[in-house]
Design a protein around this ligand. Sequence first.
Ligand code: SF4
Length: 342
Amino acid sequence: MNDIFAYTLETWYASHGRQLPWRQTSDPYCIWLSEVILQQTQVAQGLAYYNRFVSRFPDAQSLADASEDEVMLLWQGLGYYSRARNLHAAAKQIAQAGAFPDDYDSIRRLKGVGDYTAAAIASIAFGLPYAVLDGNVYRVLARYFGLQTPIDTSAGHKEFRLLADELLDRRRPALYNQAIMDFGALQCTPRSPRCQDCPLADSCQALAANLVDSLPRKSRRQRVIDRYFTYLYISSPDGRLFIQRRGAGDIWQGLYQLPLIETPSPLSLQDMALRFPGCDAELLVDGLTHQLTHQLLHAQCYAIRSSSYAETVPDGLWVPLQNLQDYAMPQLLVRIIRKISR
Ligand code: SF4
């Protein structure tokens, strides 16, 4: 049974698998980089980021030697900036050790590396028998075996982990892991899976029971919270813009932004006049939204003429407008500044 499942996936992969640069190498650094980037984005966009990272930082030592600002700038647009910070910290761990770790436990100890990434690197770079279990694998297993246990519970984690380990092709863990991940990404997709030409269709439990659309199951949906951001566009007569570095304890730590006021609802012109008396606020951008996993950000931006306010902002700096691209900013800010510059 296990052999047939693995064999079917591997055969499918031989003709349908994606040809990607990190598949043509067994360099653990490149495989690690690709896995971290692909946790953030689709392959098409991830490819451009991967190429930029590998060409700027061809090995862990060069990444370790870079400044945090430079790493953030290269990561800009991918979101989840803590991943970029972890990537940088892990590169320093590797550089200090002198080589990329070559066993699962040592790989797992790298900053930001969880079970999934450790299994992917251990199997793909070193041929070690560790089964990957990511969203794609959960979906394929839940559907093919008709498993109803919610995947976001500890019972679900345990059940799927045992099954994934049992199904692993221990002679070809790299091939098997890549096959099941691609199968989930291309064939057994979250929406509109291609059951009509699926090589597993004859024995797929979800297809037989008409449960394809309801599997995998989740026990709860996390609530999305709304946040209201008002950015302040403060420029100087000599063409400089006032920006600030974000501190710790919230999203986008270490990135740059326009000074920000967060309030329970959007700020009107009257609100701005009360907050900044005599400062002549002008609404530049309104009604932008930006979706994060559990937050929906509503953003607006006012120009204010108040360099004295700038003096009260922590971690602020005046930057010539033409140098703005040297500072890593969240995509939301990139959109706002682009709108203003038009
Ligand atoms: S038949 Fe459909 S649901 Fe079942 S494994 Fe294939 S693509 Fe997925």
